[in-house]
Design a protein around this ligand. Structure first.
Ligand code: FES
Length: 165
């Protein structure tokens, strides 16, 4: 079973377990200053993403308005309200990468993965996003899959890279 299946489509028992773990996290942190972000991080780690239902649960248990919880979730790009893929692909479209072919990589990936930017492949393997400079401008165009940086990427290299996952 891959991560997407574990986190994206939880069984009833898994869901109950996740909610009870999140309730313990809230108990532990809720009286600490600025704890909302930390609680949301841990909740996303446990549940995989932060759907509205879970945001409501957090708001109720922390005794704060839902709008406050939702505001933080939508402000930070590392929070996601939909299930994410097992791996995250981030293609750099900073200036150096853009002029050296980053856009072509984006187009190729859209076609090969059959997914739009911000989306997740139907097999739950990849979430596909854009980055703005990942510090490899000298060897543009660059992209990342999870924490691994790939430099001087081209369409031929891409197939080999993806096949490793
Ligand atoms: S612009 Fe792509 S790595 Fe800097």
């Amino acid at each position: 079973m891959n991560e997407m299946q574990v986190k994206g489509t939880l069984t009833k028992e898994e869901k109950e377990k996740a909610y009870s773990q999140i309730a313990s996290v809230i108990d532990l942190y809720k009286n600490k200053e600025g704890s909302l972000i930390q609680i949301l991080h841990l909740a996303q780690e446990i549940y995989g993403h932060l759907p509205l239902e879970l945001q409501e649960f957090i708001s109720m248990n922390m005794d704060i308005p839902l709008s406050e919880v939702s505001g933080v979730v939508s402000f930070y790009s590392f929070f996601s309200t939909v299930p994410r893929g097992e791996h995250t692909i981030r293609v750099c479209l900073g200036t150096a990468c853009y002029v050296r072919g980053g856009k072509k990589i984006v187009e190729y990936l859209q076609e090969r993965l059959g997914v739009e930017l911000g989306g997740t492949t139907s097999d739950g393997k990849f979430t596909f996003e854009i980055a703005r400079c990942i510090g490899a401008c000298g060897l543009a165009p660059a992209m990342m899959i999870d924490d691994t940086v790939y430099k001087q990427v081209n369409v031929n290299k891409l197939d080999k890279i993806l096949d490793q996952y």
